[in-house]
Write a protein that binds this ligand. Structure first.
Ligand code: HEM
Length: 130
């Protein structure tokens, strides 16, 4: 069978490569924010409280880490970053939709996209506070 990364259950060791390496992860994050900012259900939250350039850089680090790549993450914890935003499950799911759209745009294989969604899923309970 496939070999798994050490610390992350269920994530294959090929996960970063499946995204096209570090560069591919960065391109995916750029597309993610493109789709987020097109979505009127959530874009106003990012316009008011976010900083897209900073978030693209930090998300590139975070997503590489959860895919089993190097841990260069320099941002806040997911609970600290989102605690005051009152994010609902509906808003969270809108970001997940943007994530799948970004995968499609970058021709990431569906199984590889699911690896990333699964790797980020454990953050749901600290991000969704409303
Ligand atoms: C698994 C899903 C998510 C991940 C991995 C994620 C990741 C991140 C990261 C890495 C940061 C930067 C932290 C820092 O500045 O140090 C951040 C900040 C932020 N996130 Fe998320 N996020 C997620 C879901 C959401 C959702 C659903 C929303 C809103 C609908 C959201 C809105 C924001 C905003 C507005 C900030 C900026 C907060 C600030 O600078 O004070 N995030 N997120």
């Amino acid at each position: 069978g496939e070999s798994k990364t050490k610390p992350i259950m269920g994530i294959p060791s090929s996960a970063v490569a499946d995204f096209g390496g570090a560069y591919g992860v960065h391109n995916w994050v750029e597309s993610l924010f493109y789709y987020i900012m097109l979505d009127n259900r959530i874009n106003y939250i990012f316009k008011e409280f976010g900083n897209v350039d900073r978030q693209i850089a930090l998300n590139t680090q975070l997503e590489q880490m959860v895919l089993g790549g190097p841990n260069n993450y320099q941002g806040a914890s997911m609970s600290a970053a989102h605690a005051d935003l009152g994010i609902t499950m509906t808003q969270f799911n809108a970001v997940v939709e943007a994530a799948y759209n970004a995968c499609e745009r970058n021709e990431i294989k569906y199984y590889a996209c699911n690896d990333l969604i699964a790797a980020l899923a454990p953050f749901t309970r600290v991000i969704v506070t409303k």
